[in-house]
Design a protein around this ligand. Sequence first.
Ligand code: SAM
Length: 483
Amino acid sequence: MEEKLIDEKKQGELLVLEQKEGNQRKLFIESYGCQMNFSDSEIVASILAEQGYNTTENLEEADLVLVNTCSIRDKAEQTVRKRLEKYNAVKKINPNMKVGVLGCMAERLKSKFLKEEKIVDMVVGPDAYKDLPNLLKEVEEGRNAVNVILSKDETYGDISPVRLGGHGVTAFVSITRGCDNMCTFCVVPFTRGRERSRDPKSILEEVNDLAEKGYKEITLLDQNVDSYLWYGGGLKKDYKNASEIQRATATNFAQLLEMTAEAQPGMRIRFSTSNPQDMTEDVLHSMAKYDNICNYIHLPAQSGSTRILKEMNRQYTREEYFELIDRVREIIPDCAISQDIITGFSTETEEDHRDTLSLMDYVKYDFGFMFMYSERPGTPAARKLDDDVPAEIKKRRLIEIVDLQREHSAYRTQQFVGQTVEVLIEKESHKSEAQWSGRTQHNTVAVFPKEYYKVGDFVMVKIEDCTSATLLGNAVGYSKNNV
Ligand code: SAM
């Protein structure tokens, strides 16, 4: 048991987009890891649509197979290696098929990948997707191609991603790339480079375009959304050298959030992920001010022990985390909160583990994503600390944390029974053809009989019952937000 309560169904999801007329070549693209990767795959497919590629669901007929990879934990890398074995088997039937590795594993392993995985023709890091046309030419001429250069300013703001993988109701809009936080366990700063924000103008254009296409909910996406800062382009770390005029006209995350909420009052606005050390009160006030900003924050704690937080180079203590939670509850009393927690980080004792359990008891999170610590080569923790908590102990602590989260999720879900809440319909329930599935603004899944409602409707649902993670009810009419 590595990860519990995380949506594993999305892993390896295949991206199939609208077919562009005249395109002859076939692209099979699969994605693993975080939402940023799924978003990036849409950008890649858009770039390749201009190069004559249409997406296919059929691996056997592909001219080009791309796998967008994740390095966050060892298990994620092993999953990709297994997929490469599968592609290798298909390549034996279709020797002209080319295979490319994209994303964080490409960045971490660079040209070493070509030696390790003989079937790989192309290795492309997260900032090099615009170079794909040139790299493909190299591959077609029989050479291997690698571009893993990390950029100071690439945000793909000028590429309009094609999005037909989902249900046309919710979409992710990426606002920043890279991460400067240097949490000691994390590989992201090494694979995705330094932090740089995207021009708010291009973000708003993308949001407006999504609204025009009928989307009803967007999630502003980044490893660390609260750190968003646009001052005319460039790295966040270079803001200290910004001119007076650049400072005076800069846009921070709270401002971006408000601009987005105002631009599309009929759309739900979400954001993810918040880092406690960068979350500021003005964001909470913006959330309270606009009805269409969902009352939900994903606020990873990682640990409840101040000592471990220090070893992780998280810039907050247990007490500061509690203060932030108290402020959230004061400013947005009904805010749902979710967590990421790592168990068994280097030197974690039973006492540290108990601190994590008691932190969870204090917050009573609505949801959680919990992981056993997986040492990543090259990270500060791998260089300076021993991965000294035995696997069985990590596993036992993970089970305890997952069980406690399940109790808290059940408690939070139960609070909605008897209430009438707004649900945005996303898709048919996977358990019953007669039911719709959608989410409340608190991000809780709700399931109810279809009647005459349709995907994309905002519906008021009377909650009659629940499981630990799902609300069960009946629609009582459209929401006032349904247009
Ligand atoms: N940027 C966010 C933050 O810092 O809070 C989250 C980014 S990460 C893609 C998602 C989660 O994976 C992290 O919050 C952390 O809980 C987990 N994670 C990252 N590195 C890990 C590692 N080496 N072992 C286990 N879990 C890890």
